[in-house]
Design a protein around this ligand. Sequence first.
Ligand code: GDP
Ligand code: MG
Length: 140
Amino acid sequence: MAVTRTFSIIKPDATRRNLTGAVTKMLEEAGLRVVASKRIHMTREQAEGFYAVHKERPFFGELCEFMMSEPVVVQVLEGEDAVARNREVMGATNPADAAEGTIRKTHALSIGENTVHGSDSDENAAIEIAYFFKPEEIVG
Ligand code: GDP
Ligand code: MG
């Protein structure tokens, strides 16, 4: 299996509770390497642009307000089959459905405040990485 990259966000519910290190540790223990990382406070434009794919969903407004509410940590993760590996350690969207030992089972507060974002395909990973990082900010 090839070494690939994915895009991750440590969401406001986690930065607020000082869980940046705890979440990153779980990512690293899952075999993912942090090859880029920065703490940002998303603007409305950034949040609405990033989640444009969800703009018809009923929770779109709530999701964007949440993502703009406090700082987040955006990261590029590298590893064997990184998208799938990250989705596995993240757990299901709703923490009530997430498997034991996953990030969302361990830390998420609700289906909305669910601690992490992770790309869902290699194609989206490339788009999402480019949305927040310049190539020279990624050091593999
Ligand atoms: P993900 O890929 O597992 O993050 O899930 P989705 O792509 O389906 O949804 C994107 C994000 O929207 C989720 O991570 C949640 O933060 C949020 N979200 C999804 N479903 C709901 C919902 O029913 N209510 C609320 N408030 N937020 C939701
Ligand atoms: Mg998604």
